[in-house]
Each structure stands twice: as structure tokens, then as C-alpha cells.
Design a protein around this ligand. Structure first.
Ligand SMILES: Cc1ncc(COP(=O)(O)O)c(C=O)c1O
Length: 430
């Protein structure tokens, strides 16, 4: 098989050649699967043999089911090992390794850019989405009276940053609101576009929100608002989208994109990225000033002082692990897991499903509530009685509340079955 096309045709012809067929010799002999073989597998989201390999690559609790991977995700063993090894090496002579290893970060930048689908000159490595969004919100020139469009369903910490800019500089925040789940692209685009005026300088879009995991049609919104007012800056909060959905940042028509790498990429905790479109780098100020603040070098956003380089270097291993699964296969699997539990739970009494079943509007994150039980009680009961860790969510305007359930690639179907059985019990309580 010389090309991807040949390989796809081969798998299509083979039809029944599932992951099980390819992987079973290794399982029978108790050998681990070669990554090369996993990479060659066709795109399948529900072949349990393959996902068993992924599950065994993690060191997660065997007694508590973690269904809040949206908060922060665990790292596969190979990532933990690289981090531990690098950290120990640095500890031999910290100042020598700290400054001499910075060149290696260029290779991490290139790998991240490849995954993000943009140029390495547009990717800054930072600590998380919070830092990325703060860099942008404080870094763009805004005068008193300038307007920004955002939604009440955006992330509260990011909204607080805008609030401060409003208080300090007199900018105007034009909030729009969506009733979740929202599955109407035309309506979404219309609301954003209607909120844009001749004074609008920026539009913020949360690619996948943290409440019910709704996916926003970023490209359609960006095209429409820029058509109405070409000078608008489109800023995307991608905390929950990066390494979860299969997309290229350069296809989104945005100017800025922030993401956390400790969520869906499973990189060491405290790693993130900021994408700045090449022609916007020079005009964007930094939180921590660089030698030349108006430079068009993306590295100007990395002036942090002494940093956690062993963790940052280990991002490279997380990318390799992600690529072994493949972006498309990972997105399909996460969507499959979410619909697996949602379809079952939807049939129980008192259950309200709060996330779309469609792949256009949802991925790994799903939400529900019970008419017969308060959110806080659902979370407590799931943890205390069933040993399942989940998270309840509310927006700061009090318009949305729900239990958020987020499996990850290592989540076992048997864990989801236990979760479904627990919700059945709770839904039947009077
Ligand atoms: C939509 C959204 N934006 C930003 C953040 C902040 O991410 P971090 O804590 O990694 O900076 C989160 C965290 O969950 C989020 O869900």
C-alpha cells in the first residue's frame, strides 16, 4: 500500500478487516500493539479491540470512573514518562538544561502547527486558554466606545477579562444569548451578525462551550461578521475544540485562537497555545513585553521568564500519541461515546437531554438533568453511591444549568454502562 488512497481502497475492499482482525494476534500473545499498526487501521470509532489498546495506555483510577475529562485530562503513560525523564534530567543541572533546551521548543512548535493546520510562525506556546485569551483581550487596541460581540454562554473567566477592559477603558460589550442546545446555523450566524455595528472591533466565539459542549459554526460566523464589517477581529476560544475536533485553524477565517493542551490533547498540565494570524502579530501587544513589542515574531508572546520546560517539551509526545489514533478517528470515537450514553439515558423517566445528538453540533461533551433531583444532589449521588466523577455547570447569567459528562478516548464502554445504570436508578427516585 503506497498511499493513503490505496490504503483506504484496500480497507474498503476488505470490508470485514476490522481492528479486531488486525490486532488479535498481538492480544492473544499478550504483546502490545505496534503504533505503526494502529496508525494504519481504518477509521473506526467503535472497534473495542483498538480502544482497549488506548485504554491500556493510561494510568487512570480503577476504582473511580472519571467522566469529567473536560475539566482537565490525564496523560498517557508515554507522556508521563517523557515528562518524568526530562524533569529528572533538568534537575541534574537546571540552569544548563533550561537555557540550552529552548531550541528544542521549535520542534514542538512545528508539531503543534502541523496539528493545528497553520504555520509555525503563528503558534505561541503558553500555559493555557486563559493566558491566550488574556493576551488577546489586553493585546488589541480598543478605545472608549468600541464594541465587542460575545455570548452569555462564553467561559466566565474570559468574560471577566472583557469586564475589566470595559471598566478600565470604557469599551461596550454586546452580549447575545442562545438557548442550549442550539442546532440552527442560520440563527446562530444571524444573531452574531445582527449584533455587529459600525463600532464593532471584535467578535468572540467559543468553538465548543464548556456548558453542554455545543459546537459553534466558527467559519460561517467569521465570514458573515467580516462581510458586514471587514475590520472586525475574530477571536476564538478553542479550549474544548483543539485535538477534539478534526479541523484546521487556518480554515476558520479567525485572527486569534486560544487552546489548552491539557484537555483533549492530554499533554502535561499547564500547557496551551495561542494562534495569531501572521498579519496581526505586529499589532498585538503582549502581556509580558518582548524586546520589540511591535515585532512580528510570534515568540514575543512567550516572554514568561523561567518556565516549566520539561512539561512543554513533553507536548511533543502527546502529539505523537494523538496522531497514532488520528484526529478524525478520535473525534468520531468521542462523539460515539457521548451518543452511546445519551441515547440510553434519554429513555429514562425525568431525564432532560441538553446536548445535540448531531455531529455538526456536538462531540465528546454531553449534558443532562433530572426533573426529580437537584443538580448538586445528582453529582453527590453519582460520586458517593456509584463512584463516578462528573461536573455540574451553570452560566453566570443563570440561564443554563446541567450535569456535564465528558468521557475521553480511554473511557471503557463498561464504565458508560455503569453510568447509564446509575442514572436509571436516580431517575426513578421519587
Ligand atoms: C470554553 C473555555 N474557555 C477557557 C477555559 C479555560 O481553560 P484553562 O483553565 O485551561 O485556561 C475553559 C476551561 O474549561 C473553557 O471551558
Amino acid at each position: 500500500m503506497s498511499s493513503n488512497k490505496d490504503r483506504r481502497a484496500f480497507f474498503k475492499k476488505a470490508g470485514v478487516l476490522s481492528a479486531a482482525t488486525l490486532l488479535s494476534p498481538y492480544l492473544l500473545q499478550g504483546r502490545s500493539f505496534p503504533e505503526e499498526l494502529v496508525r494504519k487501521l481504518p477509521t473506526i470509532s467503535n472497534d473495542e479491540m483498538l480502544w482497549k489498546w488506548v485504554q491500556n495506555s493510561y494510568t487512570v483510577s480503577a476504582t473511580i470512573s472519571n467522566l469529567n475529562n473536560g475539566g482537565v485530562s490525564p496523560q498517557p503513560k508515554v507522556v508521563q514518562e517523557m515528562f518524568e525523564y526530562t524533569n529528572r534530567m533538568f534537575n541534574e543541572t537546571p540552569s544548563r538544561f533550561m537555557w540550552s533546551s529552548q531550541g528544542k521548543m521549535e520542534s514542538v512548535r512545528e508539531k503543534l502547527a502541523y496539528l493545528a493546520g497553520c504555520s509555525a510562525d503563528e503558534i505561541a506556546i503558553n500555559r493555557n486558554t486563559t493566558e491566550a485569551m488574556n493576551t488577546v483581550i489586553w493585546g488589541i487596541d480598543l478605545q472608549k466606545g468600541d464594541e465587542v460581540v460575545l455570548t452569555e454562554q462564553d467561559y466566565s473567566t474570559v468574560m471577566r477579562t472583557w469586564d475589566q477592559r470595559q471598566k478600565r477603558h470604557g469599551i461596550v460589550l454586546n452580549y447575545i444569548s442562545f438557548s442550549l442546545p442550539i442546532e440552527n446555523t442560520d440563527l446562530i450566524v444571524k444573531k452574531y451578525t445582527e449584533a455587529v455595528t459600525s463600532k464593532t472591533k471584535a467578535v468572540m466565539i467559543t468553538h465548543v462551550n464548556n456548558l453542554n459542549g455545543n459546537i459553534m459554526p466558527v467559519r460561517a460566523i467569521a465570514d458573515a461578521v467580516k462581510k458586514k464589517n471587514p475590520n472586525i477581529l475574530v477571536i476564538v476560544d478553542g479550549a474544548h475544540a483543539f485535538a477534539h475536533l478534526d479541523f484546521n485553524i487556518s480554515d476558520l477565517n479567525c485572527d486569534y485562537y486560544g487552546a489548552s493542551l491539557h484537555k483533549w490533547l492530554c499533554a502535561p498540565f499547564g500547557n496551551g497555545l495561542l494562534y495569531v494570524k501572521k498579519n496581526r502579530i505586529a499589532s498585538t501587544w503582549q502581556l509580558f513585553p518582548f524586546v520589540d513589542p511591535q515585532s512580528d515574531d510570534i515568540r514575543k508572546f512567550e516572554t514568561l521568564g523561567t518556565r516549566m520546560l520539561p512539561a512543554e517539551l513533553s507536548i511533543a509526545r502527546a502529539i505523537e500519541f494523538h496522531e497514532t489514533i488520528g484526529s478524525k478517528r478520535k473525534q468520531d470515537r468521542l462523539f460515539y461515546l457521548k451518543n452511546y450514553w445519551m441515547e440510553k439515558v434519554a429513555k429514562f423517566p425525568n431525564v432532560i437531554i441538553q446536548t445535540s445528538f448531531s455531529q455538526e453540533f456536538s462531540g465528546a461533551l454531553g449534558a443532562f438533568s433530572l426533573k426529580n433531583m437537584k443538580l448538586g444532589d445528582i453529582g453527590k449521588r453519582l460520586m458517593n453511591d456509584y463512584h463516578i466523577h462528573t461536573s455540574s455547570k451553570a452560566d453566570r447569567h443563570g440561564k443554563y444549568t446541567g450535569m456535564r459528562i465528558t468521557p475521553h478516548v480511554y473511557t471503557k464502554i463498561s464504565e458508560l454502562d455503569r453510568f447509564v445504570a446509575a442514572v436509571k436508578d436516580l431517575s426513578e427516585k421519587s
